[in-house]
Design a protein around this ligand. Structure first.
Ligand code: B12
Ligand code: SF4
Ligand code: SF4
Length: 327
């Protein structure tokens, strides 16, 4: 099948751009991952298409751009628009997989090879100091999806080490944790995203840096002058008050709404609650104390620890002693 026919199919599924690359091993990425501390987000990552899908002759590299979320106002929480876009792109890739199979080709959507490097190999952009792919059309705000297929030949893979960014250092300055240095993202283990909705107890020094972020951090992208897409008109409409409730049915309803946007794998109730508890500590409102007290008895360690920390912070700020009495 020719690339234009596949690009047409991909557009009908909602993708904005298609690139194609070969199925050579991602050995640079393998070496880099091996040299860094283990990250839970990398557990699924695979490096050798020849081993994982030996029938494949090409990787389709698909771009799904998204408008960045405006910063939340008032009691709103921040949910990076990447997550809703990623959920939509995941399902679109499954539709493309079906379309390719209907023509008699083999296809496997959402294969977990290093997506940014595949995109560079396919000529779709360059890696910036932030470590993200910068595309000329959409800046960094793209979900990258890979589909392995035998529908066409991806050709020989030439390992590409592109830099291509302005090297202005604004991403590094904007990063609250110092994950990005002069040589790129040398400390990915410090990135706030590692600690969000992972069901883990977040290190104490990292908790205040999260501000009102429920999911995702956008600081390095927001600071990057290579962006081209205007902000979305509305933030994801979710107030922290909707989550800080002792009414389990109401809480499940809100989590259900959230999972329909960002996927149920990400929006797991206890993980959402643990992050909400942490955000309560950052906003510091005494009205949250009754719900936090209940959460402080939770069986889930992240919910329990974050709630206890939030209560201590709120009490310290409001001049209450540890039992909640006015000092
Ligand atoms: C693990 C992971 C993470 C980890 C680690 C990120 C990292 N930079 O290593 C954490 C949880 C921190 C994370 C955070 C985020 N992620 Co993430 N993540 C992934 C995942 C699953 C694997 C990435 C990976 O480990 N690749 C392998 C390693 C080796 O790559 P690497 O360290 O970036 O380095 C390679 C190149 O970038 C380059 N390079 C990088 N630095 C340097 C430095 C030098 C000196 C040189 C020479 C080369 C070089 O060479 C390396 C070898 O190929 C991919 C999905 C996928 N299947 O690829 C998404 C992915 C990279 N994430 C993505 C996004 C959107 C995010 C967040 C914005 C989410 C958010 N809103 O919070 C943040 C951004 C943080 C950031 N600045 O990178 C998108 C990026 C889209 C884009 N435009 O690039 C991806 C591609 C998901 C997708 N399918 O679209 N993520
Ligand atoms: S997403 Fe946030 S914490 Fe992660 S590297 Fe970018 S600015 Fe730093
Ligand atoms: S902020 Fe500057 S240094 Fe960082 S990725 Fe963008 S252009 Fe490159």
């Amino acid at each position: 099948m020719d690339k234009e026919t596949i690009a047409h199919m991909a557009r009908s599924c909602g993708f904005a751009k298609l690139g194609v690359c070969g199925v050579g091993e991602f050995s640079d990425a393998r070496a880099r991952v091996g040299a860094q501390p283990p990250l839970s987000e990398r557990r699924q990552l695979r490096f050798d298409p020849g081993q994982e899908c030996p029938w494949a002759t090409a990787l389709l590299v698909l771009l799904w751009p998204y408008a960045p979320a405006p910063l939340p106002q008032g009691n709103g929480v921040f949910i990076d628009s990447y997550y809703a876009a990623s959920n939509a792109a995941y399902h679109a890739a499954r539709r493309l997989e079906d379309m390719l199979r209907d023509t008699g080709c083999r296809a496997q959507a959402n294969v977990a090879f290093p997506a940014k490097e595949a995109a560079v190999r396919a000529g779709l952009g360059a890696i910036g100091r932030s470590s993200l792919l910068i595309t000329p059309e959409y800046g960094t705000r793209v979900v990258i999806i890979l589909v392995a297929t035998d529908a066409l030949d991806g050709g020989q893979t030439q390992p590409v080490r592109a830099t291509g960014c302005l090297n202005c250092g604004r991403c590094a300055k904007a990063c609250p944790t110092g994950a990005i240095g002069a040589d790129g993202m040398t400390h990915p283990e410090r990135c706030l995203r590692n600690f969000m909705m992972e069901g883990i107890v977040v290190p104490e020094e990292t908790r205040p840096l999260m501000g009102m972020k429920l999911l995702g951090c956008d600081n390095c992208q927001r600071a990057c002058p290579m962006q081209t897409l205007p902000e979305a008109a509305q933030p994801v409409p979710l107030a922290l008050d909707e989550l800080v409730t002792a009414d389990n049915a109401a809480f499940s309803g809100v989590v259900g709404r959230l999972s329909s946007q960002i996927g149920k794998n990400v929006a797991r109730p206890q993980r959402v609650r643990a992050q909400a508890a942490l955000l309560c500590g950052n906003r510091g409102r005494a009205e949250d104390l009754p719900v936090l007290m209940r959460w402080a008895q939770s069986d889930a360690s992240a919910v329990r620890e974050h709630a206890r920390w939030a209560m201590a912070r709120i009490r310290a700020r409001s001049g209450l002693d540890p039992d909640g009495e006015k000092r």
